[in-house]
Design a protein around this ligand. Structure first.
Ligand code: GLA
Length: 388
């Protein structure tokens, strides 16, 4: 939907009033490689999508916040004096979490009418929630009068809202990609230092195809926190050999080969092995993509999937079917699950002239095995959060 159409829906729902109507947006993301490494101080390599959350917003002077989404009938209402009270909302809790966190960080939080329009599929592992959080943070900071918005700060605040308000101890990747993305670039981000590099993605005759399992991610949150705790246990054990390490991102594959045996619990050892090898795959991926070695990048993607499936154990049957079917198609260089896992999407590197066949065959075979349809998107790498 165009801004013009959204503005007319906004006026229809919230009525005419004084005050400027402003438009903000922030995208979802696809992670090219580097899964579950972010909260371990490792590297990730996500890109912002052109699928995004758009917010039409107008400031109010009475401290009341009213919000609606184009795909939901009801309006939620809150007050800036009582931001902690909306955790149980089925929709709107992410936004209130962000507003609360902004306030705690000294940002102005003002009353507002806000209409939300999402094009990132919900619960699909493409960070529709980061898109909502980051767009809300940018919009509220701007309505509050901040002229020059610090996007990295908006990403951090959005992440903290997820920890404190939603109860998921997520890493920084999704919010960072949503806040800092750049058209046709992926972000090589060191999650320990937040140093980053924008790497142009020129895929010479290939495209990234996203396949959505359309399976809702039910157990994802509790399993996510469980994996995080397992990694922390592994880190504590490795510290007995390497007292200076502060996160698994500090551990090289050589260090793990030498002292990984100290971790006696096989499950924890597998989790740690995944993180350390995945981190190395990210670094290698950036190198090979800079050199335009797409075949090797494809192999790294597939290796990442195998590791997420067998070592980190966050894949699921539906994701594995999509990857296995993808790899049978001519012109596919690599395929992997993307995001937290347990459902959501895969990303595959597919030669342009093979995409139609990819969608047809992977789609048919998926439906035959699973009983419902997958969805496919050709991913366009878009810009990060901003006022339009
Ligand atoms: C979710 C989290 C991210 C990251 C990924 C897995 O998307 O929000 O921080 O941990 O899972 O890579």
């Amino acid at each position: 939907m165009e801004s013009k159409e959204l503005k007319s829906i906004f006026l229809d729902k919230f009525g005419d009033a004084d005050g400027e109507i402003r438009v903000f947006s922030a995208p979802g993301r696809v992670n090219l490689i580097g899964e579950h490494t972010d909260y371990n101080g490792g590297c990730v390599f996500p890109a912002a999508l052109s699928m995004c959350t758009t917010i039409i917003a107008r400031k109010r002077d009475d401290g009341v916040i009213r919000m609606m989404a184009t795909d939901l009938g009801e309006m939620v209402e809150g007050n800036i004096e009582n931001l902690g009270a909306y955790k149980k909302l089925r929709w709107g809790n992410y936004q209130f979490g962000v507003f609360q966190e902004l306030k705690e960080h000294g940002y102005p939080v003002v009353g507002a009418d806000m209409l939300f329009h999402d094009t990132t599929p919900h619960g699909g592992g493409l960070s529709s929630s980061a898109a909502i959080e980051v767009s809300s943070a940018i919009a509220m900071a701007a309505l509050g009068g901040i002229q020059k918005i610090n996007h990295i700060d908006m990403a951090k605040i959005s992440q903290l809202a997820e920890h404190h308000y939603i109860g998921v101890n997520c890493g920084i990747m999704d919010q960072f990609a949503s806040a800092m993305g750049k058209k046709d670039h992926a972000i090589y981000l060191d999650c320990k230092t937040l140093e980053y590099e924008l790497v142009p993605i020129m895929l010479d005759g290939y495209k990234l195809v996203i396949s959505n399992t359309n399976k809702k991610r039910s157990l994802a949150d509790s399993k996510y926190n469980e994996r995080r705790a397992e990694c922390e246990q592994g880190l504590e054990i490795l510290k007995t050999a390497y007292p200076d390490i502060t996160c698994l991102g500090d551990v090289s594959t050589e260090m793990f080969e030498k002292n990984g045996h100290l971790i006696e619990n096989e499950t924890i050892k597998k989790r740690v092995q995944h993180i350390i090898e995945e981190d190395a795959r990210v670094k290698r991926s950036v190198e090979v993509l800079k050199g335009n070695h797409l075949e090797e990048f494809g192999e790294l993607m597939t290796a990442s999937h195998v590791s997420l499936r067998d070592l980190y154990e966050v894949s699921c049957e539906e994701l594995n079917i999509l990857v296995d079917e993808a790899l049978k198609i001519e012109g596919v260089l690599g395929s992997r699950m993307t995001g937290a896992g347990f459902g959501g999407c895969t990303v595959s590197l597919v030669r342009e002239d093979c995409i139609d066949r990819f969608i047809e065959e992977v789609g048919n075979n998926y439906q035959r095995s699973v009983g419902y349809e997958a969805s496919f998107y050709i991913s366009d790498i878009g810009d990060g959060g901003r006022e339009l």
